[in-house]
Design a protein around this ligand. Structure first.
Ligand code: SF4
Length: 335
């Protein structure tokens, strides 16, 4: 099987700030961060998954569990009884994902085809949003609000993320048009289901298919989802000493990229975990859980807050976050 390697170029400003004032190195070859080009050899990935060589999985599959707006899978559930099949999701990424399709409008009993609906905001009540059928003016606000709240709450607790259909009055995320009663667009916001999902599961990574067409968005979303999968694995099967050390290095590497107080916080947390681990012959289960939780916390922080992936820096920083991915998924995301 061909070796799979990714060369990472780290910005000199980051590589100067190693944990002991110098670059983070691992002469065993697992990881090195230093000035100039750095190489991260991929063997068994940090996710405990295997390389895909020439499109053929050679080890345990990455199987993220993601919710998705049904129409993106090609299901004919739209108001016009059509779909919005998204090839990136249905073809490129499908081998790595177990989808949980949800169409809130169909599940609420609206059928397909159906009269199109839109979000309206009455000018006299600027904070209030109504969901109305466009032609009949039927008001669906209460029934839909009740339905989506209970549907979001009933989603399985072990989802790693949710892919939503952009611009939909139900599924849109920040990009659903909000109209006045004449149909003029007043602004953009969340669709009713997306809103309920955010309230019910504030930590769940969310993205629209439109966002996922952008490479940086894909990396942000899948890094967060993959970290949640990895957390499950760590919780289910506490890592041995060598795996713990590998994970520790990766967490430190991200801490290094975060810099400042975030880095100190990570180093303190790792030190506390290590202290506990060394206090017992057996690796204490709670400590293993803490590793998994810390991984998710750090990746979220790295992806959401501290790594803006600005123009020019993105090619350098994004892959360093993405080494938390399974290599196969990473390769697919780069395609
Ligand atoms: S956008 Fe959402 S509500 Fe509309 S058809 Fe797709 S899944 Fe159904």
């Amino acid at each position: 099987m061909p070796a799979y390697e990714a060369s990472l170029e780290f910005p000199s400003s980051l590589s100067r700030a190693g944990p002991s004032g110098g670059p983070l190195r691992d002469d065993g070859g697992a990881l090195r961060l230093e000035s100039g080009p750095a190489t991260l050899p991929f063997g068994r990935s940090d996710l405990g998954l295997r390389i895909i060589a020439n499109g053929t999985p050679t080890g345990p599959r990455l199987m993220l569990r993601l919710g998705i707006s049904s129409c993106l899978l090609g299901e004919r559930v739209r108001y016009d009884a059509n779909h919005k099949r998204e090839p990136l999701l249905v073809e490129t990424l499908a081998p790595f994902i177990r989808w949980l399709p949800v169409c809130p409008e169909i599940e609420a009993g609206m059928g397909a085809p159906r009269e199109p609906i839109r979000i309206e905001r009455a000018s006299e009540l600027p904070g209030e949003r109504r969901l109305r059928a466009i032609e009949s003016r039927r008001d669906l606000t209460e029934s839909m609000s009740t339905f989506v709240t209970s549907r979001a709450a009933s989603l399985p607790g072990d989802l790693h993320g949710f892919v939503l259909k952009a611009k939909s009055p139900s599924c849109g995320r920040g990009d659903a048009a909000i109209h006045d009663s004449q149909g003029e667009v007043l602004g953009l916001g969340d669709g009713f289901f997306a809103s309920a999902l955010t309230r019910s599961r504030p930590d769940l990574p969310l993205a629209t298919e439109a966002e996922l067409r952008d490479r940086e968005h894909r990396i942000r979303f899948f890094a967060r989802a993959a970290a949640r999968l990895r957390r499950e694995e760590i919780h289910a099967s506490p890592p041995g000493a060598s795996e713990r050390e590998a994970l520790r290095k990766r967490l430190l590497a991200i801490a290094l990229l975060l810099g400042g107080p975030a880095r100190e916080r990570v180093e303190e947390a790792l030190a506390a975990i290590d202290e506990t681990a060394h206090a017992s012959v057996d690796f204490p289960p709670w400590s293993a859980r803490r590793y998994g939780d810390l991984l998710v916390e750090i990746v979220d922080a790295a992806v959401l807050v501290s790594l803006p992936l600005e123009a020019g820096a993105s090619e350098s920083i994004a892959p360093s976050v993405s080494f938390l991915f399974d290599e196969a998924l990473y390769a697919a995301l780069r395609a």
